[in-house]
Design a protein around this ligand. Structure first.
Ligand SMILES: [Zn+2]
Length: 453
């Protein structure tokens, strides 16, 4: 058994209660956090890390990202959501070969580690063949990140003689195959379904897909929102069929009515907001405040690097900033000036740690620093030019820090970034291949610079 002690650090446990911030030590044995608190003896530890200048916190959980889009970075930064659907899903996506999925997913996942994410929910919906799926899973394995692989299906334009994507049920045989294939990865890569849901599919397909996920006890995650729904009665039918529970994850949800939102929350459905893509692409404001008013919080995802950064510290800050603004506008409309929104930096850090863990049903394993949990850590150097002086470390992390402050990242007790450097061989060649892949796919659809600027 290997053991490591981080000594005399500032620890943001995010475990709730008054002990969220403490000065002390973290003892790690193999992949598990063995003890947290002041005065842990270093005796017998294989490695002792001097934490006096470090902030130690749980690794971030990115609850929604299409990692396969890494080769398309910022290609759609100036597009609306309909343009994104047309160019990316009906065009660029159709030219991805399995190797393109691999290199995109690998670099995307490595960047997540570099930016402090230790658990990545990879909503992979460019899987026209099992070879594409296997390439994505292999890349997640190779990166060393903890992941939830949510298997999805592509959205090409309808072709003569073929059913359009919204009439195609999720392939059961692929889920059966993947459950088997991912068994050796238990704990590091879990499986879920990225299904079309009522917004993008017929009622028949929606009911089939939700039943399929429930049959195997897997998460069914859906995009919800932007424009007319293909199946407006879908959520009511899913409710009456008893298919709504904590295994259902709704991403966005901006256009759900208050009544529908309340009913979904009552049934334990988990929500994920993606602040940057929702604000950039025209979905509307994130529903953080509406969920807060119903007594719950969402997790947060980075969504599409084809439009914006995948950095979760930025996503957390954007989410907090946006909701504070909405709260302030509402208060001023009531004639109240100088009131407090009540949203705290601590809330934002909770969304990208514990709420991500809850969305995955893994709150007993990840998302906070507590004995018995997985050793997934994000460690920042506290002496940054952009961080000093530190009065409240949680506010510093949420409102001041960025990836350049991240000294080290650990997943399941293994260093993946150390002293500011990502520990992965072959980064240069991976980036070169990613660039070639992105250029080739862009050329394949005839996408000119004038289309993207
Ligand atoms: Zn998405």
């Amino acid at each position: 058994m290997k053991s490591m002690l981080i000594k005399d650090a500032t620890i943001l446990t995010m475990h709730g209660g008054s002990e969220d911030v403490l000065r002390g030590d973290v003892l790690i044995r193999d992949d598990i956090i063995a003890a947290v608190g002041p005065g842990i003896t270093a005796e017998g530890s294989d490695e002792v890390v001097d934490g006096r200048n470090l902030i130690v916190m749980p690794g971030l959980v990115n609850a929604h990202m299409h990692t396969w889009q890494t080769a398309l970075r910022s290609i759609g930064s100036n597009w609306t959501f309909p343009e994104y659907l047309r160019w990316v899903h009906a065009g660029l996506a159709t030219h991805f070969r399995p190797r393109d999925i691999y290199i995109s997913t690998l670099v995307g996942a490595l960047n997540q580690l570099d930016c402090g994410t230790t658990t990545l929910v990879d909503w992979c919906h460019n899987n026209p063949t099992p070879a594409h799926t296997d390439a994505a899973v292999e890349a997640l394995r190779a990166s060393g990140i903890r992941a939830a692989f949510l298997h999805g299906t592509p959205k090409p334009d309808p072709r003569p003689g073929k059913s359009p994507f919204w009439e195609v049920a999720h392939p059961r045989e692929e889920i059966v195959r993947l459950r088997q294939a991912l068994m050796p990865d238990a704990g590091m890569i879990s499986l879920g379904l990225a299904v079309l849901g009522p917004h993008y599919a017929t009622l028949e397909v929606t009911l089939h897909d939700f039943r399929l996920a429930q049959e195997f006890g897997l998460i069914a995650s859906v995009h919800e929102g932007y424009g007319p729904s293909r199946c407006p009665e879908g959520w009511a039918r899913l409710e009456s069929e008893g298919l709504l529970n904590g295994l259902v994850n709704i991403v966005h949800g901006n256009e759900l009515s208050d009544d529908r939102l309340g009913r979904l929350v009552d049934r334990g459905v988990r929500f994920t907001v993606t602040p940057e893509s929702e604000l950039i692409c025209g979905h509307g404001h994130p529903i953080l405040g509406r969920l807060r008013n119903l007594g719950t919080w969402p997790s947060i995802g980075a969504d599409i690097e084809s439009a914006h950064s995948g950095d979760m510290l930025t996503a957390a800050r954007t989410a907090l900033t946006c909701q504070r603004s909405l709260d302030n506008i509402e208060a001023r409309a009531r004639g109240q000036f100088g009131g407090k929104s009540g949203l705290r930096a601590r809330d934002a850090l909770n969304w990208v740690t514990m709420e991500g863990a809850r969305m995955l049903g893994q709150e007993d394993r990840i998302g906070s620093i507590a004995p018995g949990k997985q050793a997934d850590l994000l460690i920042l150097r506290a002496d940054g030019l952009n961080l000093q002086p530190i009065h409240d470390p949680i506010s510093t992390v949420v409102m001041q820090s960025n990836a350049s402050n991240i000294d080290s990242v650990m997943v399941a007790g293994v260093w993946r970034k150390r002293h500011g450097r990502l520990l992965h061989d072959g980064l240069d060649s991976a980036l070169e291949e990613l660039g070639e892949c992105g250029r080739r796919i862009r050329q394949a659809v005839g996408l000119h610079l004038t289309d993207i600027t």
